[in-house]
Design a protein. Structure first.
Length: 322
């Protein structure tokens, strides 16, 4: 009969905190937590704990917050006599001496079907690229960027209406129990490692706020995927009358015959319907805007928004940078 593992946990955002919560409910013992240093957040720039630190504090766990993992951190880890370090969206690279410290090394819960979407933003990039499925991979960590052998994986489809937020939530639902199951295999030494095919690897670059601006020369399908990929963060946007309008929900429409017969005379970004909805011409196709957010306001369904802003979204108005 197994007695549970002595675990360390390294993670920072809410996605990581949900996995830590699953470990705290399991038969394993979490002996310490590593998370990113506290940073100012919000309009007031007040110091805010990471979700992992909030949970670790409530559970009275020892917390370490180095800006970089050095030899002193390795000594602290070694003193804890850990069987395994579980890493979930930590945000710091682990040097080889750290990887070698726990008895069974370090494992990482990664939100993609490796080797696709190694890197910082696998959820958003999968939605943006139009991937038909995604999932969770738990890998034995090595010194590379998400290059380690895979211990376990689970997959599910990405639906045409999915946002990064909805995919994120389903990944937690799948990832937390998979992590606990994988830990059992490690403890009982019943698991197996599957090497990644690095020739099939793709890189999920970190999302920048600048790339959230809509380029209306792209196709309606591409823009639809970007809107969903950047919901809830950083949220896609366009410009109107010098102000930034955030686009929370939209969907592509078939190109109307009137537009198809105009032989490219209608400029991308032009509104061609501002009554039934807000339909915007794209490089190919039309995008109907469904939920928008004006500066200083809350996200608002388009029907409600048009009651006080019909002129702003009338036919012939052009959105985007000019």
């Amino acid at each position: 009969m197994t007695q549970g593992l002595r675990l360390g946990f390294a993670g920072t955002p809410g996605f990581a905190a949900e996995h830590l919560a699953a470990l705290l409910k399991s038969d394993h013992q979490v002996v310490a937590v590593w998370t990113q240093p506290d940073r100012p957040a919000g309009r007031g720039k007040k110091t805010k704990y990471s979700p992992v630190k909030e949970l670790a504090t409530s559970a009275n766990l020892p917390i370490f917050q180095p800006t970089k993992l050095l030899s002193d951190d390795q000594q602290e880890m070694a003193a804890l006599n850990m069987d395994l370090l579980v890493v979930v969206a930590y945000g710091l690279l682990l040097p080889q001496n750290i990887l070698d410290t726990p008895k069974y090394g370090c494992i990482n819960v990664h939100a993609s079907l490796l080797p696709r979407w190694r890197g910082a933003a696998p959820i958003q990039r999968a939605v943006e690229a139009g991937d038909r499925e995604t999932g969770i991979c738990i890998m034995q960590m090595d010194a590379g960027l998400d290059t380690g052998d895979v211990l376990s994986r689970t997959a599910f489809p990405i639906l045409p209406i999915d946002t990064a937020g909805t995919v994120h939530d389903r990944l937690i639902e799948k990832g937390a129990p998979l992590l606990v199951e994988t830990l059992k295999q490690i403890e009982e030494q019943t698991g197996s490692l599957q090497p990644q095919d690095s020739s099939a690897a793709t890189y999920a670059a970190k999302i920048t706020k600048a790339e959230a601006e809509i380029d209306w020369s792209q196709t309606a399908d591409e823009i639809d995927r970007k809107v969903r990929a950047f919901n809830p963060v950083p949220v896609a946007f366009t410009n109107s009358d010098g102000e930034r309008i955030r686009i929370w929900e939209a969907y592509p429409l078939p190109t109307p015959d009137s537009l198809r017969n105009s032989e490219g005379q209608t400029r991308p970004g032009s509104i061609i319907n501002g009554t039934e909805g807000v339909d915007v011409v794209c490089g190919d196709g039309v995008l109907r805007l469904k939920v928008l957010q004006l500066p200083g306001k809350k996200p608002t369904p388009i029907a409600d928004l048009l009651r006080g802003n019909a002129d702003r979204f009338q036919t012939g108005v052009t959105l985007g940078s000019i």
